[in-house]
Design a protein around this ligand. Structure first.
Ligand code: NCD
Ligand code: ZN
Length: 333
């Protein structure tokens, strides 16, 4: 048995830089038609020059594949209409990190005070540049996403024409808010469809399942799964594949981030097949995002076959999600 996926897109990908970029970028480029690359390098991607130079490095690392990296810029208070107009052709979104909530976010916004930064959202609305947000606060870990929801609501109601992407949602409360505003869209990762908090700390401590936002309860997972399987039009897949070297994950102060890039397609096919929803997979992984961002993906066909795939223990110095497990689908090389 085989299935063909047309133009899979990864709308939130961490490619890093240097040697790590060279290791991980080809693994995404092989399976995806394009990806939206996150700007949380250290230092972050802030200017037009940063964006162009980083994009060039990504293209160099993926030159053997047909793959388009779309870029994002790190939200900062000095953005304004003129700067955004200059950046518009280089980026797909402005990416906002609240200060300190995840990897390399310490240059993020400290508070979302519309008196101070409202003009930036107004400019984005006018220029039709979507705002993509890692929506978490610095509160108790299980409340972080929930406590950010009023901020999404404030932004969605104040700027009704601004497209706002609620990144990697993980709980039922986020799903309810998503449905309330036409200008809110959301993304779901493979790992949040696959694991709960128990898989991180419930039995043995598993640093390779540790990410931000942290996986939540089984009923949250079920709610996300229902939305993904129906390929609701306000939902897009994105991996949030976030590689860290093994020693940085398996350590005191282990880094947050799950590396899924090379196993996403087989795992998603397995998941959608298990629930008899394979017909919706292309919407979830490609068509919905094209509609939301108003772009057309380059044609790229990926064929998957029903054949066991043993997930490697390592890719270079990075441990992938579900390392050592066997899944029932493989990409036909
Ligand atoms: C990401 C990373 O490592 O860059 N980590 C994560 O846990 N998801 C950052 C992010 O997208 O939050
Ligand atoms: Zn994030």
């Amino acid at each position: 048995m085989q299935i063909t996926l047309n133009s899979p897109l990864d709308m939130h990908l961490h490619l890093r830089d240097g040697e790590m970029l060279k290791l991980v970028a080809p693994l995404s480029a092989k399976y995806f038609s394009w990806a939206l690359v996150m700007p949380n390098l250290s230092p972050s991607i802030k200017t037009k020059e940063d964006i162009i130079a980083y994009k060039t490095r990504i293209l160099e690392a993926t030159k053997w594949e047909q793959f388009i990296p779309y870029m994002s810029v790190f939200f900062q208070k000095n953005l304004n209409y003129e700067i955004l107009k200059e950046l518009k052709n280089e980026i797909l979104v402005v990416k906002m990190y609240p200060d300190g909530v995840t990897t390399n976010s310490s240059w993020g916004v400290k508070s979302i005070d519309l008196w101070e930064i409202g003009h930036i959202f107004e400019a984005m609305q006018k220029l039709e540049i979507p705002l993509s947000i890692h929506g978490e606060t610095n509160d108790f870990i299980l409340d972080r996403e929930k406590n950010f929801l009023p901020t999404y609501e404030l932004l969605a109601s104040t700027y009704p024409k601004l497209k706002i992407i609620m990144e990697h949602i993980t709980n039922k409360e986020s799903i309810s808010l998503l449905k309330k505003y036409d200008n809110l869209f959301a993304t779901i990762t493979l790992h949040h469809l696959s694991i709960t908090l128990d898989d991180v700390i419930g039995w043995m401590l598993c640093p390779h399942n540790f990410c931000k936002p942290i996986a939540k309860t089984e009923s949250d997972r079920q709610a996300l799964l229902a939305l993904a399987l129906e390929a609701d039009e306000k939902i897009m897949f994105w991996s949030d594949s976030a590689p860290h070297p093994k020693e940085k994950k398996e350590s005191w102060n282990g880094s947050a981030g799950v590396f899924t890039a090379p196993i996403i397609l087989p795992m998603l096919v397995e998941l959608f097949e298990k629930h008899n929803k394979l017909e919706n997979l292309e919407k979830f992984i490609s068509k919905n995002a094209q509609k939301i961002y108003g772009i057309q993906a380059v044609k790229k066909e990926i064929i998957l076959e029903k054949k066991d795939f043993l997930i490697p223990d390592m890719y270079g110095n990075v441990v992938p999600f579900f390392a050592g497990k066997i899944i029932s689908w493989s990409v036909k090389e």
